[in-house]
Write a protein that binds this ligand. Structure first.
Ligand code: IMP
Ligand code: MG
Length: 180
């Protein structure tokens, strides 16, 4: 969808997103040239970013999926992390890239990085489309960032509010009256 009445403004257009994602794919392909990285999509928010990113890579990569929940319903994190879908494969000797939609407090990623490292991965790096540095509660070392954004609640391109708006083809700021 290209427009939505609940969206106050477009923060990142489809063109901007795809351009940046292509650059990120090139960088990852270069950095992982002689490896076969295991790229983990964190469902559901990262799915749109993940598909575009992997489609622009020029090296082979393996795709895996995990689902994690921190937010119940709403726009603030509960701080509690639940593993809803785990990997089916071993991580020993693997170079893992966690692909995340947005890093906010850092609680989710902190949990995930520790979990994957404990399973014996050779390396664990983070690639996110968006980062909100102003809201960080736990410092996260992010190797690839699409865009750093202001502290505003955004939807679209996979990102939701109560499961809605994921199929917008841009990243937009939701009207306040939608969640207040
Ligand atoms: P963190 O654990 O606080 O870093 O939260 C990360 C998760 O919160 C993301 O994977 C999103 O699912 C969700 N989230 C954080 N900020 C936003 C936002 O602005 N829009 C939609 N989802 C968000
Ligand atoms: Mg979410």
């Amino acid at each position: 969808m290209k427009k939505h009445p609940d969206v106050k403004k477009v923060m990142l257009s489809n063109h901007q997103l795809l351009t940046r994602i292509e650059e990120m794919a090139e960088q990852i392909s270069k950095d992982y040239q002689n490896t076969y990285p295991l790229m983990i999509c964190i469902l559901k928010g990262s799915s749109v970013f993940f598909a575009h990113l992997l489609g622009k890579m020029t090296i082979d990569a393996e795709m895996e999926f995990m689902a994690i929940s921190t937010y119940g319903k709403g726009t603030t994190t509960s701080g509690e992390v639940r593993l809803l879908k785990d990997l089916d494969i071993p991580l020993e000797h693997r170079d893992v890239i966690i692909v995340e939609d947005i890093i906010d407090s850092g609680v989710t990623l902190n949990y995930l990085i520790k979990l994957l490292q404990a399973r014996g991965a050779n390396s664990v790096k983070v690639c996110c489309l968006l980062s909100k540095p102003a809201r960080r509660r736990i410092a996260i070392d992010i190797s690839y960032i699409g865009y750093e954004i202001e502290d505003e609640f955004v939807v679209g391109f996979g990102l939701d509010f109560n499961e809605k708006y994921r199929n917008l083809d841009f990243v937009g700021v939701l009207k306040q009256e939608m969640y207040k």
